[in-house]
Design a protein around this ligand. Structure first.
Ligand SMILES: [Ca+2]
Length: 430
């Protein structure tokens, strides 16, 4: 470091000296000062070979200057940005698609696809073959091994599918598209820091379609904050070293507030004539739930870890399965904010432990709304003064809460689940 600073200082000194020499003497005051033509605006990074996409090239010129101002070296900036290619999934779409499986599929199809028999079998095999590693990770990070293996299985099928996209190209295309520009640029700056730290070479920056990297799919900023060199070889190789990837995931979950030994959810049965309005995100004590007649499906108790307070969640409304959600459910959502994702991780964790796969009785034939109908529902609820949030076609908690409030006010079964019947009722209300 000292050597670098000294040589840098030396270069600057030589440059300043040379500049003074070439400038010559100060002109006499009687003469007008020479007209100085400013040099063309330059990023200081030099020019790049065109990517073949004009908007991407223009964005890159501006971003290179930002990265330089952020303190990254010309060498690193050029390394990250020189070879980027436009990626069609960001640059050729006309409007925001709702294309993530977490949001576009019925939740039971998402669960069927993700909590597959092969994923459970492979998870059990991984726990058996890497038992020592998982014991050590449990001791260090205080995350039950079933959840670590479940996240590994969900993210990359235990390291088998880590994506094959160039992370800088993904993030640069996302930035160029515009809606997530500041997010993508922040992640690109983090990639530069990763390269500067020596944890990876440029060609190793491989990501999934949305820019997450390695066997447990870390975004670059998450990598910078939480990645771990568990193997002790000096690099945080989340791509090839499963131990590094799993330790990194454990480190991230612990930092996100994981509570050792507690479940993320417990599937429960509800008594007849249950007041579904209680499934509104509010937490209640175990005693309260028990008084209402709620009972566990497979566990000996609805609060096996003595957590105390939980919320009731009906992912498919009154005719589907019911779960009590504990704080760890929200910790899983720091990985991926979709409830369906956290549900699948939880069911895989239970499944690899050998508990019977729960979540029976999905209402597969229910008249579920499509995206356009959900938008109509959201617009209708907003029109009536129920705050469904943005009209985006995603029936998240805001939309469901608004629908539930509408159902309560109109004496309907108040489960907040968006069906065609619910849409008709909202649209018929003036
Ligand atoms: Ca390592």
């Amino acid at each position: 470091m000292t050597k670098l600073n000294m040589s840098t200082l030396f270069s600057v000194a030589v440059f300043v000296l040379a500049s003074c020499q070439s400038t010559g003497q100060t002109p006499p005051p009687s003469q007008p000062p020479p007209v100085v033509t400013p040099p063309p605006v330059s990023t200081g990074v030099g020019s790049f070979r065109s990517s073949g996409h004009l908007k991407l090239d223009a964005w890159r010129e501006e971003f290179a200057a930002k990265a330089l101002a952020d303190g990254h070296s010309v060498e690193i900036i050029r390394s990250v940005l020189e070879g980027i290619e436009p990626m069609s999934q960001f640059l050729e779409q006309k409007s925001a698609p709702v294309d993530q499986a977490e949001f576009s599929k019925p939740i039971w199809e998402y669960v069927d696809d993700t909590v597959s028999r092969s994923r459970l079998t492979n998870g059990r095999q991984r726990l058996a073959s890497d038992a020592n590693l998982f014991s050590a990770l449990e001791a260090e990070y205080q995350i039950q091994r079933e959840y670590l293996v479940a996240i590994w299985g969900m993210e990359t099928s235990y390291g088998a599918v880590i994506g094959n996209f160039d992370a800088p190209s993904v993030l640069a295309s996302m930035a160029t598209e515009g809606r997530r520009q500041s997010f993508a640029e922040r992640e690109l700056l983090a990639l530069m820091s990763i390269l500067a730290s020596g944890d990876a070479y440029r060609h190793e920056l491989i990501a999934g379609w949305a820019g997450a990297m390695g066997q447990t799919q870390f975004m670059p900023t998450t990598y910078l904050a939480y990645a771990v060199d568990w193997t002790g070889d000096g690099t945080k190789d989340v791509w090839r070293a499963r131990a590094d990837a799993l330790a990194s995931a454990g480190n991230y979950l612990r930092a996100s507030g994981w509570r050792w030994g507690e479940p993320s959810l417990v599937e429960v049965t509800l008594p007849d004539s249950f007041n579904f309005a209680l499934a509104n995100g509010e937490k209640h004590s175990t005693a309260s739930w028990e008084t209402l007649g709620i009972a566990p499906v497979t566990q000996p108790s609805i609060d096996p870890a003595g957590v105390g307070r939980s919320e009731l969640w009906l992912p498919a409304g009154a005719s589907g399965p019911a779960f009590l959600l504990y704080p760890n459910f929200n910790v899983i959502k720091t990985y991926n904010r979709a409830d369906s994702y956290a549900l699948s991780v939880s069911l895989i964790a239970e499944g690899v432990k050998g508990n019977p796969a729960p979540a029976g009785n999905w209402p597969r034939t229910i008249d579920r709304l499509n995206i356009e109908e959900i938008k109509r529902l959201q617009a209708g609820l907003n029109r009536l003064g129920y705050n469904a949030g943005p009209v985006d076609g995603i029936a998240g908690r805001g939309t469901r809460g608004a629908l539930q409030a509408f159902q309560i006010d109109h004496g309907m079964l108040a489960d907040g689940f968006p069906t065609r019947r619910a849409l008709s009722a909202v649209e018929a209300t003036g």
